[in-house]
Design a protein around this ligand. Sequence first.
Ligand code: F6R
Length: 264
Amino acid sequence: MEVIIAENQDQASEWAARKIKNKVKSQPNSVLGMATGSTPLSLYKKVIGFFKQESIDHSQIRTFNLDEYVGVRPDHPGSYSYYMQKNWLQPLGLSDSQFHIPNGNTGDILQECEAFEALLKKWGPIDLQILGLGRDGHIGFNEPGSSLGSRTRLKSLTEQTIEDNKSVFSKVDSPPRHVITMGVQTIMEAQEILLLAFGKMKAQAVKDFIEGPITSMVPASILQMHPKVQVFLDAEASSLLQNQDYYREVFANKPDWQMAELTL
Ligand code: F6R
């Protein structure tokens, strides 16, 4: 796992965005795994900007989202489908056929989870998976206690996660308690993973998943077992890491050919 500590969110998002842009430039039919929430918003804006500035052919990419709320219509402003339309598909002019997200508004959740896994099998593996991090160490919506071998399924959110995410739901709608999420094992099958985490609120979860034991109580800790993970942090999110000086030193001395994918 490579831990990259930037001064701030903007710098971290820029490095990660260049990495994604360079991936699509070298492999125009890349399959990207997408996260939602507040963390990747500036990342997506930057990727879209780079695609446009450098006329990167993104007409063949295909994206798979990690998760979706159950019982929320795709056109509801709180749904992740709506988020993706607004922040990714529309600005890039991508077609719906290039975009996959679990349908949480279905009468048959089990069938939906199986169909999503089947699509991943058909088009996957995911070349580059983008992840955010929950304050409790969740990835996707694999809350603490999730099986590290889990696949796409129904999950119940913790009270803390419901609280963290409720602002996108208006006062009249109660925030959803259930989601369909890719499982921990599903996420681990991505060829390469970029996880972003920013702010003091994430510092404890960052420390736990990078430097703590691998445990289902911190689902992100399984990433220690993945051969290709880069973690992009701002100074606040990295503040509790025991080895932060070492991570900074490694990054400062990264060979030019490795830096190129983050800076060019
Ligand atoms: C969202 C997702 C979640 C979020 C996490 C952090 O698709 O899978 O794991 O990445 O809850 O959310 P933010 O970025 O809003 O702090």
